[in-house]
Ligand binder design. Structure first.
Ligand SMILES: *[C@@H]1O[C@H](CO)[C@@H](O)[C@H](O)[C@H]1NC(C)=O
Length: 240
């Protein structure tokens, strides 16, 4: 069967596929979002009020995807080879270095998101005082989550110290970890949501959704891995 036959057969077998609302060609990456739970027309309207082919939008999107990918790849490489620790002569120095690079990358990401929002128009529908106040609320909430989780974890705990063999004595369970398991990630997402709402920015909302998806994927890979690191330690302790 030729390629086109297969394609047409698939369409015949799947007539429902023809009724799918046409997505904007650029925004296929958001297919992961469960549209059925949202107001479809509102989302379509939102996407219509932004340009995906904008240069600053693409830069921001790349930064959002690159950052968690970068620190996961580097941290796993360190865990496997102790390469960074060897270069710096100490796991602490290596972890401080990676933390510093992550902070710089996140400043770049925030800057690129701000530029992408500035490059495009505000959306009248969002340009309201109450929505702006909700934005302030999310910004404050996000800042509280990020700052409090940094204070609870410390520098090495925040910046993947586990992968460098710098383990916490015990799992942190106090605030803000009694509210969400990943307060740093969701706090950061809340910050971007706040900025998008305050700026009445459709691009800001779409980029915030991308941040959420990127973090969701990162958590999916980090969670079981750090769990395993701590399990290995408790097994080592039992043997000693
Ligand atoms: C989380 O911990 C804080 C401080 O320990 C406490 O005040 C707060 O009520 C707790 N929240 C939940 C949802 O358990």
């Amino acid at each position: 069967m030729s390629h086109s036959d297969a394609a047409s057969e698939r369409e015949d077998n799947n007539p429902a596929g023809n009724h799918r609302p046409e997505l904007l060609d650029c925004c296929g990456g958001l297919n992961n979002v469960d549209y059925s739970k949202m107001d479809l027309t509102l989302i379509e309207e939102l996407l219509r009020h932004m340009k995906c082919h904008d240069f600053s939008f693409c830069v921001a999107a790349i930064a959002i995807i690159f950052n968690p990918l970068f620190w996961n790849v580097v941290a796993r490489w360190e865990h496997r080879t102790r390469g960074l620790s060897r270069i710096f002569g100490s796991p602490y120095l290596a972890c401080y270095f990676l933390g510093f690079v992550i902070i710089l990358l996140n400043i770049c990401r925030s800057h690129s998101i701000t530029m992408a929002m500035k490059a495009q128009d505000r959306w009248e529908l969002m340009d309201r005082t109450d929505i702006s106040y909700i934005g302030v609320f999310f910004l404050v909430l996000g800042t509280v989550l990020v700052v409090s989780s940094f204070l609870a974890l410390g520098f090495t705990g925040t910046f993947l110290g586990d992968y460098f063999g710098i383990l916490m004595d015990e799992k942190v369970t106090g605030f803000p970890f009694n509210i969400t398991e990943n307060p740093m990630y969701w706090g950061s997402t809340a910050n971007y949501l706040g900025l998008a709402l305050m700026g009445a920015s459709p691009v800001g909302l779409v980029l915030t959704a991308l941040v959420a998806v990127a973090y969701k994927v990162a958590i999916h890979f980090e969670g079981p891995f750090t769990e395993q690191i701590y399990q290995e330690r408790s097994q080592r302790r039992k043997h000693e």
